[in-house]
Design a protein around this ligand. Sequence first.
Ligand code: GSH
Length: 221
Amino acid sequence: MSKATIPIITAFERSPDRGQGQARDMRVRWALEEVGQPYEVRLLSFSEMKESAHRMRHPFGQIPTYEEGDLALFESGAIVLHLAERHAGLLPEDANARARAIAWMFAALNTVEPPIVERGMAWLLERDKTWYGERQVILEDRVHVRLRELSSRLGDAEWLDGVFSAGDLLMVTVLRRLNGSGLMESYPSLCAYVARGEARPAYKRAFEAQWAVFTGKAPNG
Ligand SMILES: N[C@@H](CCC(=O)N[C@@H](CS)C(=O)NCC(=O)O)C(=O)O
């Protein structure tokens, strides 16, 4: 990819997670780092995200987005898949292994992330309600179901299906959304799995880049 087509992603100007790398630009940054693709970042305020200029890129007025020449993409999973298909390193060469890795990408976003997000949103928006305690138990049970199932499938393996793939990249970022909740601690193999992801040099570079936005030290932060 030439300098002229250096991709531009969007991220929060002020991430509500205070630089903990839980916003979804982290997945895209990590994928870009894994494949060695330099990128630029356009930081957006919440109001800028809802303006028509950004809605041209993202119909729901959210981050992340990805622009590369004439191509504009939204949805973190689609962006990671795009990068994984065009660069080596995030999807296996073997066609069946590749299809299975893509299945894990969907599993991360469609099966594991929804109960985690629902629990997080309830805490954010409903925790002052009288019924929150009862709802919290139900929502946490749903998260535990998925964590139990995932932990049982992962077993003692390093990654979900052989070598590290975009499926692992997405799954690790999804599981990290539980940081601070105490829900992962009963699943040591999942904790070790997330730690393996976080130990990857590409992850560390991506984390540092988004942390620099929070601390105001990013080049365009
Ligand atoms: N399914 C989308 C979700 C995007 C999303 O929820 N982005 C959040 C940040 S992690 C956001 O922009 N929130 C602000 C808002 O919705 O107003 C994806 O994976 O990209």
